[in-house]
Design a protein around this ligand. Structure first.
Ligand code: NI
Length: 401
């Protein structure tokens, strides 16, 4: 009996598995923060180049794109992995713990990069061995600066989506066991808007607040007003979150400062809720100006849209994932996450979908994303690579006219 392409692809990923684990450990031990992924990019560039792929560096030496040189002319199917790490001190006691003080792969981007590399290598070898069922046209995109929400845009501007008709990606999911995946059609992550607030008061002596316009008191009032009234103005069945994560003002215990700065994030799922909440925040700020006499400016500086998974692309992922991990381990994600993900920027240009790759096991326990003991079960690497590679082949299947 002839081997199916699925079995051939799985076997190639199986051969690659020790190399994938070694690569992931190397990346984990040598993390680089967003915008500084020079060595990570160079390593991936060399590995993919050595494999015989045509590789290009991303802008300023960060990020890599790899195409199969045999598939020049058709619309391509892209798959994307991000490569940046976070400013967190690694507190794990494992051989591959971060060797860079205060920097760590705490969001699994080392695993995403490895799965992307694994899928690219497997697809290339499948075609090179003459086992591809039809012509394949694809591009691997290894993207910098996901955590600062700038890398996807940079890669798109550098031409990452030129000639691309569809795009796939994955994100590790510590709340799912290794061997399970999650898929969802429609919104997967939230719209994310960065809020910047300036409060300009009039400084003075802490003993005589009546002679000043206290911006710290105004900041306190504004924060509690936002937390109290934003939810009251939104249908309770619609999602909205406002969080202030940075509050900066004053230097002396007995001096009322001139100015306070706040920064925060607004998360929504619906475009209409996003716009009405932005308007409402401006209104509440004007109200607090009235009460306190301080001048308040509110700016929405930079936004990432929600990842909206295409129904067709999601169905491809679901079908392939169910074959790799079994139907019972392929879960439908009931609700979107209020997190954000700059994969959304690609989806502004081409349809595609992201799935969640289970990475929890007894070995790693459940270590949440963005924490100092985050780790993944490395059995997930081959699973992720297989699902990405199979989804690319399935999407390339010629459709009869
Ligand atoms: Ni992430």
């Amino acid at each position: 009996m002839a081997t199916t392409w699925q079995a051939a692809l799985d076997a190639i990923v199986g051969e690659l598995e020790p190399e994938l684990i070694a690569l992931r450990r190397h990346l984990h031990a040598h993390p680089e923060p967003s915008g500084q992924e020079l060595k990570t990019s160079l390593r991936l560039y060399q590995l993919l180049g050595d494999e015989g792929l045509s590789v290009r560096m991303g802008p300023a030496g960060c990020g890599v794109m790899a195409d199969d040189p045999a598939s020049a002319s058709q619309p391509r199917v892209a798959f994307r992995g991000d490569i940046d790490a976070l400013h967190i001190q690694d507190e794990k006691l494992v051989g591959y713990r971060s060797t860079h003080a205060g920097v760590m792969h705490a969001c699994g981007h080392d695993a995403h990069a490895t799965c992307t590399y694994g899928a690219a290598t497997a697809l290339h070898r499948l075609a090179a061995r003459g086992l591809a069922p039809w012509p394949l046209a694809w591009r691997a995109i290894l993207q910098p600066a996901e955590e600062t929400a700038s890398g996807a845009r940079q890669m798109v501007e550098a031409g990452a989506l030129d000639g691309v008709q569809r795009i796939f990606a994955l994100h590790v999911e510590p709340n799912l066991p290794v061997g399970a995946v999650g898929v969802r059609s429609g919104p997967l992550t939230a719209n994310c808007d960065h809020i910047r607030i300036g409060i300009h008061g009039r400084g003075g002596h802490g003993a005589r607040p009546h002679e000043s316009r206290d911006p710290i008191a105004a900041a306190a009032t504004l924060i509690s007003t936002l937390y109290q009234y934003v939810p009251r103005a939104t249908d309770s069945l619609e999602a909205v979150v406002v969080s202030i994560g940075r509050l900066c003002g004053g230097t002396n215990p007995n001096v009322i400062p001139e100015r306070v700065e706040l920064e925060g994030t607004l998360r929504t799922l619906e475009a209409s809720v996003r716009l009405s909440t932005m308007e409402h925040i401006q209104q509440l700020a004007r109200g607090v100006e009235e009460i306190t006499g301080a001048k308040i400016t509110v700016e929405f500086a930079g936004s990432i849209p929600s990842v909206n998974n295409d129904a067709d692309a999601t169905e491809t992922l679901r079908t392939e994932a169910a074959e790799v991990v079994g139907h019972q381990n392929c879960h439908l994600i009931a609700r979107p996450s209020m997190g954000s993900e700059d994969f959304a920027c690609y989806l502004d240009h081409v349809p595609g979908a992201m799935f969640r790759l289970g990475t929890a096991s007894d070995v790693t326990a459940v270590t949440p994303l963005h924490t100092s003991r985050f780790d993944v079960d490395e059995k997930a690497l081959a699973i992720g690579a297989k699902i990405l590679a199979r989804s690319v082949v399935a999407t390339c299947e010629p459709r009869g006219e």
